[in-house]
Design a protein around this ligand. Structure first.
Ligand code: ARG
Length: 508
């Protein structure tokens, strides 16, 4: 069935056209949203007197049958089903007869697909946010148990100053907190219903877009019908959010790759979260972390691809816009896998805190502390920097241990040399937000509070204490939300159980 046969006589569509233009192979994933959209539309038509109660009842019953058929996998797609909207309308018409012919009254696939996509994006982004929160919970737990362990902090990949392991882990946690916040903002902006915009200009029929918007759980309706059917900013924003999130996961992944190398030796991966080599028996590889890095290239590609698709489009709907779906679907699927993989990797890995301390405890890592100690003796910082730099240079050139030179220096001496003792430099990072034990204790509490608030706004069920998560040496990784794969199967994609907790405006 085509939806426009009136204009086209009886001639058959070419194979080439069908192959190029079909979107059913991927947009069937929108079926739950398409059915929700149609239900609201039917109720709206009935309210406006465009459908009798009986017709509306028949259409709603047919939609429920279609929903069941899709859920149990018995829905028979037909060769002419160009997209999910066509397939659902065809089947509804088969079931409901004449009433089915009234389903598309006052509606176009243009406002329909925009509505479906907004419903999908809203839900999918919430799911991604929950995956981020699960990873943040692992970061928090590992930060808490890291205690006073410290490692070198790096700039330019050169050892700079020791930092607490908890501080380093939470640096990634805060980046992820911004991702959650960005997702919340994108969801708030996309929470606008395009339904009622029609093909591009609205309709002569007495529809009530405000009412259907509310019925669908949107916080408002479109203001301009042309904009409503051609706007895909929300998809681009979702792709941006996922690309930035991916970039954070990629950087984190890169560190896990480095830390688990023999050169660093900071991290030992659990066997369940590492891979081997088909040729080299000794190998243990951090493929999860590498794919966090590798797949992010693809996430960035999806964003740039969609922006390129959109940039030349005149108003209003153009078929190019069909290209919004595959990047979005793939982006959310891939990032969810990365999130779950990284959460599992981190939850089960073992930190070698002795190797970390060994790397951090080189005397020169206290050079900054020597300069600051001189400042406290009244020396201008630039002078102190120069003085300490000279002593370090001396130590390197003459191969004399730095503490020896510091102890012998007239401006430094025994009080100063104590600053170079193992563990001392990190204990002196006392300023707010800094890397030492005092500020990190404050930071952990603040991070936990932000995480709790984010978990609430995204309807994450409390797992009780953080120790409910898998720990080293086995157990289930957090974030591997069983069932999330199935819910993405074509034609299924049920609302997550707690999605109702996300009111249209109660999400942030
Ligand atoms: N499959 C189309 C899409 O995803 C649905 C809208 C088609 N509209 C049209 N006028 N051909 O964009």
């Amino acid at each position: 069935m085509t939806l426009w046969q009136g204009r086209f006589g009886g001639s058959k569509q070419s194979e080439e056209l069908l192959t190029l233009t079909e979107s059913l192979s991927f947009d069937r994933r929108l079926a739950p949203d398409d059915i929700a959209c149609s239900r609201a539309h039917v109720l709206g038509l009935q309210r406006s007197g465009l459908l009798s109660e009986e017709e509306s009842g028949m259409l709603l019953a047919a939609l429920s049958t279609v929903e069941e058929e899709l859920a149990e996998g018995s829905f028979a797609f037909k060769p002419g089903d160009e997209d999910v909207h066509t397939a659902v309308e065809r089947r509804v018409t088969e079931i409901a007869g004449e009433a089915g012919a009234r389903l598309q009254t006052g509606r176009s696939r243009n406002d329909q697909v925009a509505t479906d996509m907004r419903l999908f994006t809203k839900r999918a982004l919430a799911e991604v946010a929950r995956g981020v929160i699960a990873l943040q919970e692992v970061l928090l737990e590992r930060a808490r148990e890291a205690g006073d362990s410290y490692l070198p902090g790096y700039t330019h990949m050169q050892r700079a100053q020791p930092v607490l392991l908890a501080h380093h882990l939470l640096a990634h946690g805060w980046a992820l907190a911004r991702d959650v916040d960005r997702i919340a903002a994108t969801r708030r902006r996309l929470d606008v219903s395009p339904l009622g915009a029609g093909a591009l200009a609205g309709t002569s029929l007495p529809l009530d877009p405000d009412w259907v918007a509310k019925e669908l759980g949107f916080s408002s309706r479109f203001e301009n019908s042309l904009d409503a059917v051609s706007d895909r900013d929300f998809v681009a924003e979702a792709l941006f959010d996922v690309a930035v999130l991916g970039t954070h996961l990629s950087r984190f992944g890169e560190e896990m790759v480095l830390w688990s190398s023999e050169e660093f030796g900071f991290l030992h991966l659990d066997d369940a979260y590492a891979t081997g080599s088909s040729m080299l028996p000794q190998k243990k590889n951090a493929d999860i972390a590498e794919l966090a890095r590798g797949k992010t290239g693809r996430l960035i590609g999806h964003l740039t691809g969609l922006l390129a698709t959109m940039k030349g489009l005149p108003l209003a709907y153009n078929r190019d816009l069909q290209e919004d779906k595959e990047p979005l679907f793939d982006a959310v699927d891939q990032v969810e896998r990365i999130l779950a993989g990284m959460a599992g990797l981190l939850a089960t890995a073992t930190f070698d805190t002795q190797a970390m301390a060994r790397a951090a405890d080189t005397p020169s890592s206290g050079a900054g502390d020597l300069a600051e100690w001189l400042v406290q003796q009244g020396m201008p910082f630039r002078r102190a920097h120069e003085l300490v730099g000279g002593v370090v240079r001396d130590s390197v050139q003459r191969r004399v241990p730095l503490p020896e030179l510091v102890a012998a220096h007239p401006a430094l001496g025994s009080e100063a040399v104590a600053l170079l003792e193992p563990g001392v430099p990190v204990s002196r990072r006392t300023s707010p937000g800094g890397a030492g034990p005092g500020p990190v204790a404050v930071q952990i509490d603040r991070f936990a509070a932000v995480l709790r608030a984010d978990a609430d706004r995204f309807g994450v069920k409390r797992s009780g204490s953080a120790t409910a998560h898998g720990t080293r040496g086995g157990g289930h990784a957090p974030g591997t939300r069983a069932g999330s794969r199935e819910s993405q199967a074509p034609g299924l994609g049920q609302e997550p159980a707690d999605a109702g907790a996300l009111g249209p405006s109660g999400t942030d």
